[in-house]
Design a protein around this ligand. Sequence first.
Ligand code: SF4
Length: 455
Amino acid sequence: MDTITTSIFELFKVGPGPSSSHTIGPMKAGSDFMALSRALPVDTKELVEKLEIRLFGSLSATGAGHGTRKAVISGLLGHSPEHCPPEVLDNLDRTPDETHELDLVGTFVTFHANNIIMDAVEHDYPHSNTMVFRLLDKNENTLLEREYYSIGGGFLRWKGYVEPERGRPKYPYNNMAALKKHLTDNDIRLHELILENEKAITGRTEQEINDALDNLIEVMEHAVEKGITTTGKLPGPIGLHRKAPTMYGHARNEHFQGSGFIKALNAYALAASEENAAGHCIVTAPTAGAAGVIPAILFVLKRHMGALTEEIREGLLAASAIGFLVKHNASISGAEVGCQGEVGTASAMAAAMLAYARGYRFQITENSAEIALEHHLGLTCDPVGGFVQIPCIERNAMGAVKAYNAYLIATTVEAAYHMVDLDKVVQAMKETGHDMSQKYKETSEGGLALSMTEC
Ligand code: SF4
């Protein structure tokens, strides 16, 4: 199996909610296709009559509720996820006959929003979340075509994609056993290993990596702060009320003691998740749908446990290791393996971050992550109406509480009593996801999604 060469900042990405595979990936696809179109020879560009985009799989099934159409259009218009244009997104795709003039450099093409077609949910493309972009001439002949795959967490691939050249990691590994061996053989700590690998893979300096981590911490904290102070209903036909401010108010009244602490933890996860559902700026951690879990634990570490920035950075590096292992050996995409891959992975990463930032060494960190992931196995993805709201928002709160509980178990019970290692649970997650019916993989065609079919 290949060595893991994913960067920390491919896993943790700043962008607009509510679903990284439905917003960040498609936005990138729109932007990429425009770059390809602009690079065409002038005489080909002059023949362009129409741009057609077909969405397949869960992008078709739940794309409307996830804002995929808006995301694609904003990408075509030149926006990128990092700059989080919620106000731009809010004003796109308001009417079916909306048009935009797209600049191909030297010529323009009029893009009709209704040329984004929600195509088949079941299909034969190699990835569930497939998008086919085509430039057509007046006789509907294809002048340019690219088949994109939004593979989860905002990652974008396409047919014929070749992984860009990147540096070899200093400590190559593809599973937890190999990672553990490096730690022992080289007498190095987990965060140091991840940092060294990041430097080798991306060429970034330690200062640049720390600055980028601090930016992630700031965006996560901001999402929680905004969420616990924002009231009202979330966008969409469900009419779901935000719960975070109420929950936070109760926690504060109880002085964050006893159940007040758990209420605060819930409130923080609800807050960042509600911001995600509102289409505001979040960090994929590792996906947008699961963007509340890690910020909740981060907020607890900082505001309730007095963790230093340095400790939080180290915790995020430890969380990255868990995210890399799951992404590499199973999946972090709800469309591929259900919610166990999203909230389950987030919970495992958060548990690892908490243990590591609290000063526990590797074995406790791994056990914390393993316990959290183990108790998300089999979790399906069945968002009501295709909106990342029910069950997603409360599920993030549950994921944060489970992360905290996994940390409590791992730090209380003898580590030697622990029987399952992370590699085994990741493998179990992969197999469970493989056996899971397609209707429980972000299509809104099964489970809880059927309980409110009017959405
Ligand atoms: S149910 Fe889970 S995987 Fe599915 S959209 Fe919601 S958060 Fe994402």
